[in-house]
Design a protein around this ligand. Structure first.
Ligand SMILES: [Zn+2]
Ligand SMILES: [Zn+2]
Length: 415
């Protein structure tokens, strides 16, 4: 890997495809993004070429005469010195069998032709970087904030996505931000997508745009919706009650995708090889915080919750210690920082935290990067800037190594 003049990584690709037009098109996309791409129009000799040039990634057609893509994949994976070379299969075959077989033989990714330019680049760069990609689709709490006051950070309510190097795809909450995610997925025309949607709790700003997530209506897609039940109201009912024909005209019976529901409590589960731990949070009703562990990295999504300051009659040192232990050493903490210190004094007991208390918790829990999230709807972009300054100052005063940022809608971070 080399770093280009604009600081963007430049990778080396080998495109192996007997269709010269498809190969040239893929190479053009990669070169256009600042990468280098060599083309081979036959599979014979491809393994030797990979061994000689050690590209970062091989784009491999499945159906080629004489030697096919499966054989090339198997031969590359038989050589330990090429273990770091990523393999992405490009195929016109959309069958589950081929997708699964490719993975079994060591392919890292699988894209169905014709390949969307954006998804080819994103998939290839993500696989080579080997990162968890965290994308913000909505950073606001409680209510959407359209208009000039939210131009920089965005005005949509809570929704983020997490893409894993393995291809697993997690979504956290379904506030209005999920509409933009839906638009992105539909524009890419991803066939047969699968995702897990984790709901923190069923307050409107965390579930009310789920009915606008169009992939739920596409046959062949598969989704699991997970969250905490409220007494005898399970997650399926929490979601379906807002789509009962009165509050929303379309019911969950109209979902074309296969949709499963899973009730969670505090504990640990494994989802597509990813460890997910949960913690009940101090917020009205049952609200779950999530911590994800993958390949030695961790990510935490903890909203909404109230941290009572020391001296407050409800201050609970044990809860704070438990939360700090839950978050200990996490790479990224996305968390409720609804209020500035001054605002919190007027809004105690509303179920949300001041940025100062959160900064203290992040420092105590040795969080590497604190991401401010779930902003109060009365705040402008400048108010969010001010909260960021408050958090920075607080962490500096404690000589804390925790970094703090305020992410904006549409931004992606690599973990
Ligand atoms: Zn909320
Ligand atoms: Zn809430």
């Amino acid at each position: 890997m080399t770093i280009g003049s604009r600081g963007k990584a430049s990778y080396r690709f080998l495109v192996v495809d007997d269709d010269p037009i498809a190969a040239a098109a893929a190479a053009a996309v990669l070169r256009g993004a600042g990468h280098t791409a060599e083309i081979m129009n036959a599979a014979s000799g491809a393994v030797e070429r990979v061994a000689a040039t050690k590209p970062d990634c091989v784009l491999l057609d499945l159906m080629m005469p004489n030697v096919d893509g499966y054989e090339v994949c198997t031969a590359i994976r038989a050589r330990p010195e090429l273990a770091r070379t990523k393999i992405i299969v490009l195929s016109m075959k959309a069958y589950d069998y081929d997708r699964r077989r490719s993975r079994e033989l060591g392919a890292d990714g699988y894209l169905v032709k014709p390949v969307n330019v954006e998804s080819l680049l994103r998939e290839a760069e993500r696989l080579i970087r080997d990162t968890l990609d965290l994308t913000y689709w909505g950073v606001r709490g409680t209510l959407p904030v359209p208009g000039p006051r939210s131009r920089r950070y965005g005005g949509n309510t809570s929704c983020i996505s997490l893409t894993f190097p393995s291809g697993a795809f997690f979504i956290f909450d379904a506030g209005t931000g999920i509409k933009a995610l839906s638009d992105r997925i539909m524009a890419e025309g991803k066939p047969r997508m699968m995702a897990h949607i984790f709901i923190s709790h069923p307050h409107w700003d965390h579930i009310n745009a789920l009915p606008f997530f169009a992939p739920l209506y596409v046959p062949g897609n598969e989704f699991e919706i997970l969250g905490a039940p409220h007494g005898d109201i399970d997650v399926r009912k929490l979601v379906s009650d807002q789509m009962d024909g009165i509050y929303f005209p379309v019911t969950i019976r109209e979902f074309g995708a296969r949709v499963y529901f899973r009730d969670l409590s505090e504990g640990e589960i494994t989802v597509e090889g990813v460890t997910v731990r949960t913690k009940l949070l101090n917020h009205p009703g049952r609200c779950l915080g999530y911590r994800v562990e993958y390949g030695g990295r961790s990510f935490s999504y903890v909203t909404d919750h109230e941290l009572y300051p020391k001296g407050h009659p409800h201050y609970d040192g044990r809860y704070r210690d438990e939360l700090a232990a839950f978050l200990d050493g996490t790479e990224v903490l996305v968390t409720d920082t609804c209020y500035s210190d001054e605002e919190y004094k007027k809004k105690q007991g509303w179920g949300h935290s001041s940025v100062i208390e959160v900064a203290d918790l992040a420092s105590k829990a040795r969080v590497k990067a604190l991401h401010l999230f779930h902003h109060d709807p009365d705040q402008s972009d400048e108010d969010i800037d001010a909260k960021l300054s408050q958090a920075e100052k607080r962490l500096q005063e404690q000589s804390s190594p925790t970094r703090v940022i305020a992410p904006a809608e549409g931004e992606t971070y690599h973990i």
